[in-house]
Design a protein around this ligand. Sequence first.
Ligand code: SF4
Ligand code: SF4
Length: 92
Amino acid sequence: MQACEAFRKQVSVPCTACRYCCDGCPMKIDIPAYLDVYNTYKTDGSWALNRMDSIESEGKPADCIGCGACAGHCPQSIRIPEIMSELAELSK
Ligand code: SF4
Ligand code: SF4
């Protein structure tokens, strides 16, 4: 159990869904919703990526322009633009 939790912490991003990152996103991407999918993908596998289709978000990871406006507001210092780019690649 402990090893499993350690693995989960290692591969996941520590998003608390505070949404501080969302207001400044010019592409209106629901960042925490996609990070939740990302975490499930990292721990449980690629089936989790199917959940991206059901997220009600105006912007998608593929719309991210890498401006970094989100990352500056994240108290967890999550590398959001990188992850959006990774999710965009994975969803091709
Ligand atoms: S880097 Fe991407 S996710 Fe972050 S604010 Fe800019 S467009 Fe939105
Ligand atoms: S600011 Fe950081 S911790 Fe808060 S919702 Fe956005 S990505 Fe998650």
